[in-house]
Design a protein around this ligand. Structure first.
Ligand code: PBG
Length: 325
């Protein structure tokens, strides 16, 4: 036998040498939820091990992040006040804006990305301004741009619009540029599917729609070519990073995006993916850390340049101990 692929699998040393995928803590982003109030660190029922923090409790989280070597975060705000148009989303003293100001002051070594969307702020839970029961695209652009600007004014390093309105990257880019923020990048949730994998997140953020679903703006999971149209529009409108979401079941889309576009591509392994692994682990059906490490490596192997995951600290730990890497 001339070719014996097993030769390069005989020891950890040689396997480590020929590894095709290298993972780094630099590519990890940790998403978290910040709530109004004081002294709050409450566990999210559907995401054991994940919490909603009030600003005064954020230091607990950020000290752990620092310790694990994860220095990039994605913030979601859970406001007290909701109304038809989601006006607290762009309030200078809104929850995200205050959290960003606090973090920039006390944790300047962190890179702060903010999620820009209306669903946590609207009384109806949809991602934009309603016209009857339809989310009005062009009216929503204006409030998204205002919201993004208010995040950046508070000190956000990057904004990540997740609403799936048409033309939102152009609208946000224009407003940021007009206000002198020409170097603030936009990470677009370019290819975001209407997915049941977001279930636990909606519990965490209190953002489930009060009627209907998000299928008139988020993508239909039967489609793959349409994802290329979404990404192409975002590239033309000035997105700096493209994102695919959810992660695990959507790696084919990630592969296609990487082949076609030269922008960095982020993958969001969403709440439902976290909760499924957690639940199976708690039931004793799987080895949590092994599954977490393997899925993270596979997502990078598929081509992710950036991985957004609630397991970021655990993955960093696996890298530190050499279990993956
Ligand atoms: C806001 C938003 C959602 C997620 C990220 N940004 C929820 C949704 O679209 O319903 C989901 C993240 C997750 O499930 O972890 N639009």
């Amino acid at each position: 036998m001339t070719n014996r692929p097993r030769r390069l699998r005989t020891s950890e040393v040689v396997r480590g040498m020929v590894r095709e995928t290298r993972v780094s803590k630099d590519s990890l982003v940790y998403p978290f939820f910040v709530v109004e109030g004081n002294g709050i660190k409450e566990e999210i029922e559907t995401m054991p091990g994940q919490y909603r923090y009030s600003i005064d409790k954020l230091s607990e989280l950020f000290d752990s992040l620092k310790e694990s070597g994860v220095f990039k975060v994605l913030i979601f705000g859970v406001p007290e006040h909701k109304d038809e148009i989601g006006s607290s989303a762009w309030d200078e003293d809104g929850i995200v804006q205050r959290a960003v100001r606090y973090l920039k002051k006390d944790y300047p070594e962190f890179y702060i990305i903010t999620d820009v969307c209306m669903c946590e702020y609207t009384s109806h839970g949809h991602c934009g301004i309603l016209c009857g029961e339809y989310v009005d695209n062009d009216k929503t652009l204006e409030v998204l741009a205002k919201t993004a600007l208010s995040h950046v004014k508070a000190g956000a390093d990057m904004v990540a619009p997740s609403d799936m309105m048409d033309g939102r990257i152009a609208a946000i880019r224009q407003v940021l540029d007009e206000n002198g923020y020409v170097n603030t990048p936009i990470m677009s949730y370019s290819v975001k599917y209407a997915s049941a994998f977001y279930g636990p997140f909606r519990d965490a953020a209190g953002s489930a729609p009060s009627f209907g679903d998000r299928k008139s703006y988020q993508m239909d999971f039967h489609n793959s070519r349409e994802a290329m149209i979404e990404a192409e529009l975002d590239v033309m409108e000035g997105a700096d990073i493209l994102m695919v979401k959810p992660g695990m079941a959507y790696l084919d889309i990630l592969v296609k995006l990487k082949e076609r576009f030269d922008k960095p591509v982020a993958l969001y392994s969403v709440s439902g993916e976290y909760s499924m692994i957690k639940a199976a682990a708690q039931a004793g059906y799987i080895d949590e850390m092994k599954v977490v490490g393997e899925s993270a490596v596979c997502m990078f192997r598929a081509g992710a340049d950036i991985l957004i995951t609630y397991y970021a600290m655990e993955i960093a730990e696996l890298i530190t101990e050499g279990s993956i890497g």
